[in-house]
Design a protein around this ligand. Structure first.
Ligand code: GLC
Length: 411
């Protein structure tokens, strides 16, 4: 079985991590299957995929196509831009889109895959437009479609040409069905992580050095947020919560991550977050480490991992990674993220965007090392039971085989 994966991004965001975990899982389960990956740019995904034994083909997005996006037009990134500016952008990008579809079609013909598996809204559409009729395409949906004014329309229109949508949580699956209708088959496959890399023991990063801080006192409790700088990831909520922690609680906060996406208006800049931290009087209490290539080593340096998304989180890889590292994780309990844990048992939930309640969780955990330890232990256990990436191949292989069978029978 030859599978061609399509990725709309080569930077290491959640959807790209998930894709690489699928490749690793499949490589281990089916070493003989030829897997190939088409990416829209050069970036870390390319070398990581090659390291897994999956060759990549870079078919670069022209910049007009790379920049286009509806995430900031009333989507998850809020309303930073108007629909008119998106429309103008679309019109200008039309020739680039046609040209790209032509190139992608040639690559697909040459690769002659049995199944195509696409990641990212742009690749879902481009894949449908470029593929031969008889080759089934699987859309791997990592985000809420209904929040995207343009993509939801396009996906609904093209749903009949998609053989199967895979959603990363039941919450996302329900959303895909609501947008695309019942004709589109949707399966939920929870993400998995590499439990050896994301484990309680292993190397740790010195976050203080990375943030340019003096070493902290030994009793300091380290609280960190690891996320892309997308606006809805809740950096502001985290900063507001940290400002509400009483000064006698010895906490130090870290923001780890950098700007990732090229889409206009969808993310914070580090300078903006730095200014907010300064306005809240947090300059000595919050460090910015920038992007780290080894999130597991960063998590192991923390006592508390914070997930603070202000919108329902489709899945929330960081939640599972933090649990797998045996950390106490505080989770914004909305969307798919709420399906990953039991609050008070293996992590702790707070309502999305509620800085006061987040501060309450952080304070409670900062003052109770036993609670941190017991959540961490139970979190690791949950990760082992439910989120081992070996499961991805077990769930995907029968789906691919069924699609290939249907296609070869001309169904
Ligand atoms: C997207 C989602 C995130 C999820 C990741 C992997 O980045 O926003 O919630 O964890 O994909 O599925």
């Amino acid at each position: 079985m030859k599978i061609l994966y399509l990725s709309a991004c080569a930077q290491m965001g959640g959807a790209e991590n998930s894709l690489l975990d699928i490749l690793a899982s499949l490589r281990a389960a089916k070493p003989g299957w030829p897997l190939r990956l088409v990416v829209s740019e050069n970036g870390p995904v390319v070398s990581r995929s090659a390291a897994l034994g999956v060759p990549t083909i870079i078919v670069p997005f022209p910049s007009a196509l790379a920049r286009i996006g509806d995430a900031a037009v009333g989507g998850p990134a809020g309303r930073q831009r108007s629909r008119w500016s998106l429309l103008a952008e679309l019109l200008l990008a039309a020739p680039a889109v046609f040209g790209y579809v032509r190139k992608l079609r040639a690559v697909i013909r040459e690769q002659a895959p049995d199944v195509i598996h696409s990641n990212g809204f742009k690749m879902h559409m481009l894949g449908v437009w470029a593929k031969p009729r008889r080759v089934p395409i699987v859309w791997h949906v990592h985000d809420y479609v209904s929040l995207r004014p343009l993509m939801s329309r396009l996906l609904r229109r093209c749903a009949a040409r998609c053989a199967l949508a895979v959603a990363n949580s039941r919450s996302v699956a329900a959303d895909v069905k609501a947008v695309c209708g019942t004709r589109l088959k949707v399966s939920t496959i929870y993400n998995g992580v590499d439990l050896e890399n994301f484990s309680p023991s292993g190397p740790t990063l010195d976050l203080d050095i990375l943030a340019g801080f003096e070493p902290a006192n030994p009793e300091t409790v380290r609280v960190g947020m690891l996320a892309t700088l997308a606006r809805w990831k809740g950096h502001e909520t985290f900063l507001q919560a940290m400002a509400l922690i009483p000064p006698d609680v010895p906490v130090r906060g870290y923001i780890t991550g950098g700007a990732l996406y090229q889409t206009n208006g969808s993310q914070h800049s580090l300078a903006e977050l730095n200014q907010l931290a300064a306005r809240l009087g947090l300059s000595q209490k919050i460090g910015f480490t920038g992007y780290v290539a080894e999130p597991a080593a960063a998590m192991r340096a923390l006592d508390i991992v914070v997930h603070a998304s202000t919108e329902p989180e489709p899945f929330g890889l960081v939640v599972v990674e933090g649990m797998a590292c045996g950390r106490a994780v505080v989770v914004s309990e909305g969307g798919g993220a709420a399906e990953l844990f039991t609050s008070g048992t293996d992590a702790m939930g707070h309502p999305p965007g509620d800085a006061k309640s987040l501060a309450g969780c952080i304070k409670r955990l900062a003052c109770d090392s036993n609670l941190r330890r017991s959540l961490g232990r139970a979190g690791r256990n949950t990760a082992e039971l439910r989120f081992d990436r070996a499961r991805l191949a077990t769930e995907l292989i029968p789906l691919y085989q069924r699609l290939e069978n249907l296609a070869s029978r001309g169904a």
